[in-house]
Design a protein around this ligand. Structure first.
Ligand SMILES: [Zn+2]
Length: 261
């Protein structure tokens, strides 16, 4: 009973954050202005926006199921869920430092993302940084357990407010990884951005095909508070475009009206 209660309470606290896993989320942090970014002028093809229409939420605002969950540019959020029980096809454990040694499913990522993460870690380590991986793939069943524990403990209304519904975690795509460091005591907190590892990721993750998925000040679009630790693989070309435009993935793919329109 005690353990059940503890798990449920932790789940509620943690599910406020998108990554919410084994670590708690810190609510407040200093505002971090976007760092100065070099504007690289180069020939780039327009991103594939052809799917924007069918990627939109349904007209009545209810949740829709994404049609092609294996796309590396799939958008999953609180309105766009993965098919029940979806499992990515090629999960593997990236060869990067984790904060724990034993195997756990959450060490996994899709193969392409895992390779990109390894390259990113090598580059960071060459600069004397020591990022540490914390949590990647999260199965549908695991999300379901967390959510149902919350419902059992707190009621559905409360659970819906504070817990992610099964299928809505980007971690289920196998394309996300939470990063931390020894300096952070391996926790996931917004103060990560004040560390050298956090700053480096913000400025360099795109070079390896990752975006900071939940930027600061975009909660109304992403549905999540700022998570400087949550990296989402989307491919190098797209990541660089998203970085240059300083957009959320929702706005980038036309799933959310931007202020410029
Ligand atoms: Zn995360």
């Amino acid at each position: 009973m005690t353990k059940w209660l503890l798990v449920s309470v932790l789940s509620v606290v943690m599910m406020v954050a998108g990554c919410a896993d084994d670590t708690s989320e810190e609510g407040k942090t200093d505002p971090e202005e976007a760092s100065s970014k070099e504007t690289e002028v180069s020939e780039k093809e327009d991103p594939d926006l052809s799917q924007a229409k069918d990627r939109n939420v349904s007209e009545d605002g209810s949740m829709i199921e994404v049609e092609d969950p294996e796309r590396t540019d799939v958008i999953v959020n609180k309105q766009r869920k993965l098919p029940d029980g979806y499992e990515p096809p090629d999960l593997t454990v990236p060869e990067v430092p984790f904060y724990f040694d034993e195997f756990h499913p959450k060490k996994q990522m899709r193969k392409e993302a895992a390779k990109a993460l390894e390259t990113l870690f090598e580059a960071a380590e060459e600069e004397g940084l020591r990022p540490v991986a914390a949590s990647g793939y999260r199965s549908y069943d695991r999300q379901k357990t967390i959510y149902e524990n919350s419902v059992a403990e707190n009621g559905e209304e409360y659970a819906n407010r504070y817990s992610a519904k099964p299928g809505t975690s980007e971690h289920q795509t196998g394309l996300a990884m939470d990063i931390t460091s020894a300096e952070m005591s391996f926790r996931l907190k917004q103060s990560f951005i004040e560390t050298e590892e956090g700053k480096w990721l913000e400025e360099n993750a795109h070079r390896f095909g990752f975006v900071i998925r939940y930027p600061e000040g975009k909660t109304d679009i992403t549905g999540y508070a700022y998570e400087p630790w949550h990296l989402r693989y989307i491919g190098k070309e797209l990541a660089e475009e998203v970085y240059e435009q300083e957009e959320t993935l929702e706005a980038f793919f036309g799933l959310y009206p931007t202020n410029q329109e």
